[in-house]
Design a binder for this molecule. Structure first.
Ligand code: WT7
Length: 668
């Protein structure tokens, strides 16, 4: 395996025409972005359309220091624009009208289609007119619960065209989670599809939406209109036994997408919005149970999505780019929709899974479409590297130049497999560290310029100033490990949490005044490379899905049989981490197979299938300090069966530790 000293230089022939083609060049541009942000970003903003121009004496302003007043970030304040106009009309005007914006690849290999920039613009205008006819206005929130189909992109862009704020919820979240998010953002209009096949699994999206809308009504929030894409009738079912599922449509509330757009006009004048007007919100887990509505605004996000996409993937005309992330996550927002479109890129939008119909589906698609940039998650790479190498080798993957990784630290084994087998030892791997909150990549090597180290997110992107702090808040210079924070805003950073600026300030800016705190730890090596080591708070990262231990604990304790619950992350060979839950039952209830099933089911129901616990252990007592605080450090040791628990002198009852080790279930 590669050691920390292993270093891989970008391939000279592949990257001789890269936008940034040497480390010196990267350094020079980086320094300019830090020393003279007005000039650096100013040149980029000129390529975009601003209805009211940017004032250079008001280019950007911010306060990151809670002691000096409220936290804020403003870029290009006072300028007006429209992101939909910039990613569609502007490209059509520049001659990209007949270029493919998306190749849509269905779950079933017989299903595929394509959409040019010109057609995409027309479809967006049509749907924007439908939204308008339903009373959607500038600033209104629209909830979206969609599979990976072209209408998902169309729906988002239609919102932004009329200044509405989209709020996507990943179509893997349960009705409970979805309803909570609809109520929180106050959406009156919902967009979904009848259903979708993912591999051989069928998801009845509309019926999940029905349940969600019902739950909303019970809380006094009514959705006025639900637009439903008729998708199932146009795809090949992987399962011939499928009964024809009837979709319930409520009179006066639910409408079919296809019928609604049928006679809508193909033109719709864009709504010019302020650079600092909200663009979209997206929920992310917080360390308390309630999800946080991360809010991004228009001008800065647009410029940052466009710039990171261009440089990090080194996207050139005629390249075919593919990001496998679901549109329901930030990666889908920035690097399936806005970043690629802002660069007039041609992308693949894939509906299915890596494993259907066979475990080489990804490589089959790369070969068929001659993909040049491929962007996926370590958990997918680890799942795929379990199969025989031939599944990769039988495909011609020589079109590839850049391989991306996102979602969690990539382990060196997975990195090497990706580099050697998929990339043929010539592609650059960009290990992109970022968050829902950061809007776009903040740490990543640039593929033509920064030599790679397996597992290191390496270097800051333009405009980003990372700092490592020790526990006391002191900056760590040179080699060392500490809290990863940023000392100034880049254009794409989130501006607030929806309706909760206090929580924004306390979550991200209060621990270390003067800095944005990521919640991750990182190490700087002797070469100045940054290695993200993972969360420092009580967050878990299961297959790239972030959730908090507190969130899962509070859901477990909803069960009448649970008196107390503690959840820790346990390392998992494919998922990265999985949930290990300790349960103290109430006196009336026995810990048995039935309870176990009920608890797993309950977590799926309340959060979504991806949150299902792997291990649930009966814990007659939890390791607590005399003041009653659960010592999670010990639970993490029990989860991995490591008896080196360290100092237990602060425990109220140290015999609990032995009991827990003795009570580990067989599947643990
Ligand atoms: C958290 C953010 C934005 C991408 C999708 C996840 C972890 C993400 C990396 C990476 C190490 C990473 C961090 C971060 N993370 N990418 N390349 N190396 N860790 O978005 O759900 O907001 O999660 O994912 O812990 O804080 P998210």
């Amino acid at each position: 395996m590669p050691s920390e000293k292993s270093i891989y230089a970008p391939d000279k022939t592949l990257f001789k025409n890269a936008y940034v083609s040497s480390f010196a060049d990267y350094k020079e541009q980086y320094n300019k972005s830090i020393d003279n942000p007005e000039e650096f970003w100013g040149e980029i903003t000129k390529q975009f359309h601003w209805e009211t121009p940017i004032k250079y004496d008001n280019f950007f302003r911010y306060n990151f220091d809670i002691r000096k007043g409220p936290i804020y970030t403003k870029w290009f304040d006072g300028a007006t624009t429209n992101i939909c106009y910039n990613v569609l009309d502007r490209n059509v005007r520049n001659g990209h009208g007949d270029q493919i914006a998306y190749y849509w690849v269905g779950n079933h290999p017989d299903d595929y289609s394509r959409l040019t920039y010109k057609r995409l613009l027309e479809e967006v205008c049509k749907f924007a007119n439908v939204l308008k006819s339903k009373g959607v206005k500038k600033g209104d929130r629209v909830a979206v619960y969609m599979p990976m189909i072209l209408e998902a992109v169309i729906a988002l862009l239609a919102c932004t065209r009329i200044g509405a704020v989209h709020s996507l919820v990943f179509a893997g979240f349960s009705a409970d989670s979805f309803s909570e998010r609809i109520i929180d953002c106050g959406a009156k209009v919902l967009i979904t599809a009848d259903g979708v096949w993912r591999g051989e699994k069928f998801l009845q999206l509309k019926s999940i939406c029905d349940q969600a809308m019902e739950k909303c009504s019970k809380h006094g929030h009514n959705v006025d209109c639900c637009v439903v894409v008729q998708h199932l009738c146009r795809v090949t079912s992987p399962n011939r036994m499928q009964e024809h599922k009837k979709v319930y449509m409520k009179d006066g509330r639910d409408i079919w997408w296809q019928e609604a757009v049928a006679d809508a006009s193909t033109s719709c004048y864009p709504e010019w919005v302020q650079a600092e007007d909200p663009l979209f919100m997206l929920y992310t887990s917080g360390s308390t149970g309630k999800p946080k509505g991360v809010l991004h605004t228009t001008g800065g996000y647009m410029i940052y999505a466009a710039t990171t996409f261009k440089y990090v993937f080194d996207y050139k005309p005629n390249d075919i780019y593919w990001c496998t992330a679901d549109i329901g996550w930030i990666t889908g927002h920035t690097y399936v929709v806005y970043g690629p479109l802002a660069n007039a890129a041609t992308s693949i939008l894939y509906e299915g899974t890596p494993f259907y119909p066979n475990n080489d589906r990804f490589w089959e698609i790369v070969e068929k479409y001659k993909v040049t940039q491929f962007y996926t998650a370590p958990t997918a790479i680890r799942a795929l590297m379990k199969f025989e190498d031939d599944l990769v080798k039988r495909h011609n993957l020589s079109s590839l130049r850049v391989l991306g990784s996102v979602g969690e630290p990539i382990n060196p084994e997975a990195w090497m497999w990706y580099y050697k087998l998929v990339g043929g030892e010539k592609c650059s791997i960009v290990d992109t560290f970022w968050q829902t909150e950061t809007g776009g990549h903040v740490l990543t090597p640039l593929p033509g310029a920064v030599p790679m180290k397996p597992g290191a997110a390496a270097t800051p992107f333009f405009g980003v100033q990372p700092v490592l702090l020790d526990e006391s808040g002191k900056e760590i210079q040179g080699e060392g490990e500490g809290y990863l924070v940023f000392s100034r805003p880049w254009p794409g950073i989130m501006r607030t949490l929806y309706n909760n600026h206090d929580r924004y300030e306390s979550t991200y800016f209060s621990k270390f005044p003067g800095y944005y705190c990521t919640g991750d730890g990182a190490r700087r090596d002797a070469d100045g490379y940054l290695w993200v080591t993972g969360r420092v708070d009580d967050m878990l990262n299961v297959s790239g899905h972030l959730m908090s231990t507190a969130e899962v604990e509070s859901i477990l304790t909803e069960h009448r049989g649970v008196a107390e619950a503690a959840v820790v992350a346990k390392p998992h060979p494919v998922k990265g981490e999985c949930l290990y839950c300790f349960i103290t039952t109430t006196d009336q209830v026995k810990f048995d197979a039935k309870l176990l099933q009920e608890l797993k089911h309950h977590v799926r129901e309340r959060i979504g299938p991806f949150a299902q616990p792997d291990v649930v252990q009966n814990a007659p007592a939890l390791p607590k300090t005399r003041s009653g605080k659960i010592m999670r450090r010990i639970l993490r040791k029990v989860a991995v069966n490591d008896r080196n628990v360290g100092d237990v002198s602060t425990l109220a009852d140290s015999s609990v530790v032995e009991q827990l080790f003795g009570g580990r279930p067989e599947n643990a």
